[in-house]
Write a protein that binds this ligand. Sequence first.
Ligand code: GDP
Ligand code: IMO
Ligand code: MG
Length: 424
Amino acid sequence: MVLGLAWGDEGKGRVCDVLASDARYVSRYSGGNNAGHTIRIGREEFVVHLIPSGIVREGVECTVGSGVVVNPEVLEEEVEALEKRGVEVRSRLKVDGRAHLILPYHIVLDSHREKALGDAKIGTTNRGIGPAYEDKVARSGIRVQDIFDEGILRAKLKAALREKNSILENVYGEEPYDPDELADFLLSFRDLLGPMVADTGALLREALDAGESVLLEGAQATLLDNDHGTYPFVTSSNPSVGGAVVGSGIPPQALDQVIGVTKAYTTRVGDGPFPTELMDETGETIRRAGNEYGSTTGRPRRCGWLDLVAVKYSAALNGITYLAITLLDVLSAVDEIKICVGYEIEGERVKEFPMSQTDLHHARPVYKDLPGWGIDITGCRMRGDLPEAAQDFVGFVEAEVGAPLCMISVGPERDQAIIERIGT
Ligand code: GDP
Ligand code: IMO
Ligand code: MG
């Protein structure tokens, strides 16, 4: 599996695209269309939100697992947009019947909740993710399979809307939803979803039993994990390794390789603590060089130095077996590089990522300085091709994290990477 070690957008889609060449299945297990995964193939750029990035690899099949929340309208748009560009989707994509649906009222609630929080807002993607997962846990959610049992669908929507409409009308002054209209709307996705609905966990287990390769594509990332991330500034699912078992339906021992992805620096979209954030010209330089604008919302991403305290925490939590470093080329734009190797919290030096939210808000980074290299490295295909300063940088990160590097990405395109050891 491939997962992010920070706050998302580490280049998971790009890493999965490389690994997908050997996979029978590429599968999403958590999150929804809050994700934006970019794949560059020559002059073509694909950004997928809900469909696994493996879809752009011919011959690969894709699954959307039970842990994912599915907005059927977005799914339809994404299928159509990909098919318009010549990517066959319908025959290669399965969606789990247990996956929960994101409904229009989830999006309305997401935006009202954020407004109500004022300055304490989370900065969500406003895709209805949190409210959809809330309903799942509350056992009042509507699932993909419900679309295929009209009686159940209408009864469940009626029950759900009794409460939702009361909140929408009385708390937020919104118009109520009509359960039958909403049911008709959902029934209109039968043609799209009918051929796609499957028990995707069973498909993956069958493939594994047959000795085939399955690649799980993380969305969001470890520090956005509802349990292990920087709560409450997190998403409402478990992007970290445990969520992959639950959300894909494969047993834990099948996760024989866990590839943790980190940028050569750190970014965050949305609000919440970010100890190494750069509010100065250097942050702007990195944003420009890395084109750091959200793939889902277009928001400028907050940029900062690589936070090894956070990355080491995530690496340990997920038990990563390999490390992938992406966007190393972006650091060619800065003269001197810093890596955060500890925090100072209330006058005390710490090396561990703090459990306490208060501590994290007070954490000041302790940096190690490294020289920059200042030249274009996008043509490097072996570690030895990199300038010495860049080799030192990746060597330092690899040693600190304690997991071997399997890939160093030096550009967004498929072939702009130094590949080491993948699949061994
Ligand atoms: P994801 O959500 O983890 O899949 O990452 P995103 O796709 O949201 O963001 C990563 C961005 O970095 C995308 O625009 C990629 O095309 C780009 N990218 C990935 N790897 C590299 C790299 O090594 N160098 C550069 N310059 N861009 C990269
Ligand atoms: P990928 O898969 C970066 C962030 C949002 C917000 C918080 C909660 O592309 O890495 P949500 O809409 O999930 O309730 O928002 O999580 N967030 C992401 N940030 N990359 C993502 O996905 C993200 N998905 C959610 O910005 O701070
Ligand atoms: Mg992204």
